[in-house]
Design a protein around this ligand. Structure first.
Ligand code: FES
Length: 132
């Protein structure tokens, strides 16, 4: 298996890893960095549970290879706020009772944050697989 050295910024911190050529971004975030707020649902780009912000655009991290993160800036739900200091959008969700399932709330917070930054366009690095 080929390894690719990547350097990226995740939630404001510079990181460097040697990733496998088939390693997905979601796996790098969860397994290497412990950022488990990014959830895996369908694993094929349909549910949005794995949404993160890459260079200001929302991306399904289950469809992006970790190697493609080289030189990018990534924001996960953990990068938006903490339980003690919520991002204003997270706080608004809580205040308005918009809590649904944890997966959905995280996805909504990340996606809405990208929208609030004026970069609401989604970016899917790969075409979706055809339905099985
Ligand atoms: S896990 Fe469903 S879109 Fe990524």
């Amino acid at each position: 298996m080929n390894k690719h050295k990547i350097e990226a910024k995740v939630n404001g911190k510079s990181v460097s890893f040697a990733v496998d050529s088939n390693e997905r971004l979601i796996d790098m975030l969860r397994n290497r960095m412990g950022l488990t707020g990014t959830k895996e649902g369908c694993g094929k780009g349909d549910c949005g549970s794995c949404v993160v912000i890459v260079d200001g655009k929302t991306v399904n991290s289950c469809l992006m290879l970790a190697a493609q993160a080289d030189g990018r800036e990534i924001v996960t739900i953990e990068g938006l706020g903490t339980p003690k200091k919520l991002h204003p959008l997270q706080k608004a969700f809580v205040e308005k009772g918009a809590i649904q399932r944890a997966r959905r709330s995280g996805r909504q917070s990340v996606a809405t944050s990208a929208g609030a930054r004026g970069t609401s366009r989604s970016s899917t690095p790969y075409k979706r697989r055809p339905p099985r």
